[in-house]
Ligand binder design. Sequence first.
Ligand SMILES: *Cc1c(COP(=O)(O)O)cnc(C)c1O
Length: 430
Amino acid sequence: MNYYSLNKKAPNTSFKNAVIKGLASDKGLYFPETITPLPKSFFDTLDELSNTEIAFQTIKQFVVPDLPETILKNIIEDTLSFNFPIVKLNNNLSVLELFHGPTMAFKDVGARFMARCLGYFNKHNDQQVTVLVATSGDTGGAVANGFLGVKGVNVVILYPKGKVSKVQEKQLTTLGQNITALEVNGTFDDCQDMVKRAFLDNELTNKIQLTSANSINVARWLPQLFYFIFAYKQMYKIHKDIVFSVPSGNFGNVCAGMIAQQLGLPIKHFIAANNKNNVVTRYLKTGNYEPNSAIPTISNAMDVGNPSNFIRIKHIYKNNFKQLKENLSSYSYTDEETKLALIEIFNKYNYIADPHGAVGYLGGKAFIKQNPYMHCIFLETAHPTKFISTVENALKIKLNLPSNIEALMTKKKEALNISNYKDLKSFLLN
Ligand SMILES: *Cc1c(COP(=O)(O)O)cnc(C)c1O
């Protein structure tokens, strides 16, 4: 399978090249040349298939021949070494728990898959690859964990000082080996800007092979389609009309769900649930796309002012606003509403959500109110203990730390402080 740039000014390229480069030379995001739906019979008999079989059948067309089938099978087995359970709250609402991986956020799936692809492509390559990534919280940990010890790959993570949770910070600053954390005096957008600038800096890219591990990278983005299908598999014999509510920041996750839909998964609708960083909510209302700079919220992994994957979503629906609105709704919530949702989910269903999942719940609830015959699965994108103080303060309870997090909290933070692009560049060159 080849990929084209959405800016249409760079040559089409292989999966391997798209993974190594991250972004096309014209700065466009890569998109698969074709998406061939699987037969209806595949989706009718999902409950007879294992998760790894489903993953193999659905991603195969996007990655062969660059990944031979046996290699792909191994990568999938390795990537999906945990569960994706659904908890039913009531007849209209269920939670898909995506936090059973090593860093307890959904990003483990894409990060692990991508790390293994890059490790394979890099096996016979003497040049080191540097994965440069900005994180608003969860990407850093998932990428660090996924790439730890991968030969030939150095990982450099930029995170905004004081704006990620304690658990998140430990997850990205305590690993050592081929992972370096840079603590930036600034916001997530500042981190992201520096990363973008580095990719455009020829002086730098002539000396080192840089790649991204954000959801702009196809190897991080596409595997996220798996769990929409795993969720559907668990529910389709019980509920016919299934919709997904996805707590959204950079819009990679919901966009991957839409690829599952393009492959034939009979999803009726998507809800992109936003915090106050709500450029898409406003766009669907007005037709005007007006990005803002990011506003800090208690669901910090979604504090993105200008979501990079939205362009892929527009492309999927052929830049047709009406068609997009038929498939996607979006709602936006304040921190106050999010805290009340945490309390409501706990009191009504005895379920402890995290702030991102709570935003997803609110979006799902709003949609169900208008469409009461549908069943909405909202994504619990992180474990509540990753945001322990917010959750404990809202619910007035103490949470037990899972044992792996408890061990993590005793490890020593190692990070370099940087303030501007010059600092980043001199670090990368030395
Ligand atoms: C990254 C993240 C999101 C947002 O996902 P996108 O793919 O960027 O839209 C939501 N919740 C959590 C916990 C995250 O880490």
